[in-house]
Write a protein that binds this ligand. Structure first.
Ligand SMILES: [Cu+2]
Length: 133
């Protein structure tokens, strides 16, 4: 088929318009993907310290930050876990349990690296340390 100059003109126009619409209609698709915010990996570790025979076991525990430590009182006597930094949370202690009866538990999540000495406030000779890396 032989095109007249006018038909040829329209054919070019349609191709150009079609290309234009195809390109501009897809600009949203081609936009740069949103880079995900760099959030630190969620560490969900857990560790247990048993309280038995009037001692913390283990007396020294080393954990990665983000780990939740749970103390479990295996003794018949009550014990109370208290960070050495203060007599209570209000007085500067980072962590402080209630007086734990037999079977009682207390959990605290350590988010900052450091060395955290603690003791039993009922029996001050019971001393131990949590080391967070
Ligand atoms: Cu105690």
């Amino acid at each position: 088929m032989k095109c007249t100059p006018k038909q040829f003109y329209w054919a070019i126009l349609i191709v150009v318009l079609g290309t234009f619409i195809a390109v501009t209609g897809c600009t949203g698709y081609g936009s740069s993907p949103q880079t995900p915010a760099t959030t630190p990996a969620q560490v969900t570790g857990a560790a247990t310290v048993n309280i038995q025979n009037f001692a913390f076991s283990p007396a020294s525990i080393t954990i990665p930050r983000g780990t939740t430590v749970t103390w479990v009182n295996q003794d018949s006597a009550n014990h109370r876990v208290l960070n050495d930094a203060g007599g209570s949370i209000a007085e500067g202690a980072l962590f402080s349990s209630d007086s734990l009866p037999n079977g009682g538990t207390y959990s605290f999540r350590f988010d900052s690296p450091g060395t955290y000495p603690y003791h039993c406030s009922i029996h001050p000779s019971m001393k131990a340390t949590v080391i967070v890396t």
